[in-house]
Design a protein around this ligand. Structure first.
Ligand code: SF4
Ligand code: SF4
Length: 383
């Protein structure tokens, strides 16, 4: 009885999450055509949908952990199948039974750290605002204009801390009255939810929501598209609605309102990578490009896969915590695409993308070929 229980749960969850996949999917295979995995290895979401529909999915294998939740196949599927929800449902069952293949085991470290410290990076909760200790950054209070929700990677990761510093500097220069939550901030929970650890997500979300309400938060500025997506589209499941703005959008607003003046020149060829959770998942394509176009001397060039066809960096869906063999990294392909259009700088607006791109830059020995920047770092240098 115990061996079939997971499959019964899978079918129930999938019916709920994916709609009537049994009837909807007609096995056209379009999902496999657009899936970035098929640029680096064989992988079939079509097959997972078919097997899940018949309750035959192999939940002990690697395949149910591959989907980066990039959103490319749901927007193309002619039958409206919710492939991401199906993947997450399968992972929930595998998580419940602790059925993890070797490549996924590292994600358990992230989960344990989220439970004990509120971040996936094994950072001490008390050190969450250490990046700001020498900066004019105050704790959030109710009368402030906005909360800056820093996020885990910008709080702890040495490369990403530079983005947090740039962001705080920009907000101060623009005269924005903002504050941070410091050690009261917890991970938004987006990626751990996509791995199937629903309870961990719920606890993190409830902690943050309570903190937001207790501190009178109304408007939230975020640096990560994953925080943006969760606050905007997933926290409303808890009957709350906060005004959320991604920093790339806020930059444009600050420039258009005359609060931020870009005075310097950036004479470089730049290409912009659309993060999946900003672009495909939330339709934010224009604002970052508008910001870049306002920088004097900057020449914006587009890669072959851009906007809604953007190539995933490989970090979504919790993949940022899993092991991906060097030859299977989408981010390597992305750097080659940037180089192909003559870009000197690959700019984006997501901590996962930057983390993966920086690693690919080393793998490809592109240190002298291509710079990787967050959009706030470029804007900060123009003030
Ligand atoms: S694109 Fe949609 S209908 Fe076609 S195989 Fe994939 S899930 Fe099924
Ligand atoms: S959401 Fe993206 S990674 Fe996941 S199966 Fe679809 S195309 Fe592939």
């Amino acid at each position: 009885m115990e061996t079939i229980a997971p499959f019964i749960e899978v079918i129930d969850e999938i019916k709920e999450a994916g709609g009537e996949v049994f009837k909807l999917c007609f096995q056209c295979g379009l999902c496999d055509t657009v899936c970035p995995w098929n640029r680096v290895r064989d992988f079939s979401m079509r097959k997972i949908i078919r097997e899940a529909a018949f309750g035959l999915s192999e939940i002990e294998g690697e395949d149910i952990w591959r989907c980066t939740t990039c959103g490319a196949c749901p927007v193309q599927c002619p039958r409206g199948v919710k492939q991401i929800d199906v993947s997450v449902s399968l992972r929930r069952v595998a998580t419940e039974y602790e059925l993890f293949p070797a490549s996924v085991k590292s994600a358990r470290t992230a989960r344990a750290s989220l439970i004990s410290e509120g971040n996936p990076l094994q950072g001490d909760r008390a050190k969450r605002s250490e990046w700001a200790k020498d900066l004019p950054v105050k704790p959030y209070t109710e009368e402030m204009e906005a909360l800056y929700f820093v996020g885990c990677y910008l709080s702890y990761d040495p490369r990403m801390r530079k983005v947090a510093v740039a962001t705080a500097n920009i907000l101060n220069k623009a005269g924005v009255k903002f504050g941070i939550l410091g050690d009261k901030e917890s991970c938004c929970g987006e990626s751990i939810r996509k791995i199937g650890a629903e309870e961990v997500f719920t606890n993190l979300a409830k902690e943050n929501i309570k903190t937001f309400i207790d501190n009178g938060v109304k408007k939230i500025i975020v640096s990560s598209p994953h925080c943006y997506h969760t606050f905007k589209n997933e926290y409303p499941e808890f009957m709350v609605n906060f005004e959320v703005i991604h920093m790339s959008q806020y930059l444009l607003e600050l420039i258009n309102d005359g609060r931020l003046e870009l005075t310097k020149e950036y004479a470089k060829q730049v290409t912009y990578h659309d993060p999946c959770y900003l672009g495909r998942h939330n339709d934010i394509y224009d604002e970052p490009r508008e910001v870049l176009k306002k920088i004097s001397g900057l020449e914006l060039v587009e890669m072959v896969d851009s906007r809604k066809n953007s190539l995933c960096c490989g970090g979504g869906g919790g993949r940022i915590w899993m092991d991906t063999p060097k030859e299977e990294r989408f981010s390597d392909i992305r750097l080659l695409q940037a180089n192909d259009v003559g870009a000197q700088v690959l700019v984006t607006a997501c901590p996962y993308c930057i983390t993966n791109f920086e690693e690919s830059r080393l793998n490809l020995e592109y240190e002298d070929v291509l710079e990787i920047k967050d959009i706030t770092e470029i804007v900060n240098d123009m003030l």
